[in-house]
Design a protein. Structure first.
Length: 95
């Protein structure tokens, strides 16, 4: 039975194997058969380089909202698309 999962989020501490797992997952999702779109932590502003930028929390939340809209629209057009995020967290916004 095929997986109904369309959005995958890989999280973990530094050195935990996120990049390795992401690469394995993208390969296992058969990008040759259907679209597999992958964003890494810098693409979604989740890198440690971004933590000290003024207003980064609001920017990340806005980006997350835009990504949710994009994902929904994409899946309506092509339900076979898979999304893989190598870090997509906004938990820091609540501290």
């Amino acid at each position: 039975m095929a997986s109904a999962t369309r959005v995958y989020i890989i999280e973990g501490v530094a050195g935990s194997g996120k990049d390795t797992l992401t690469a394995q997952l993208v390969g296992a999702l058969h990008p040759d058969v259907h679209p597999v779109l992958m964003w890494d932590e810098t693409a979604v502003l989740a890198s440690w380089h971004h933590y000290y930028l003024p207003g980064i929390d609001q920017l990340r939340l806005g980006l997350a909202e835009s990504l949710a809209v994009h994902i929904e629209a994409t899946l309506q057009r092509d339900p076979d698309t898979r999304f893989v995020f190598n870090r997509l967290h906004v938990s820091h916004a609540v501290w």
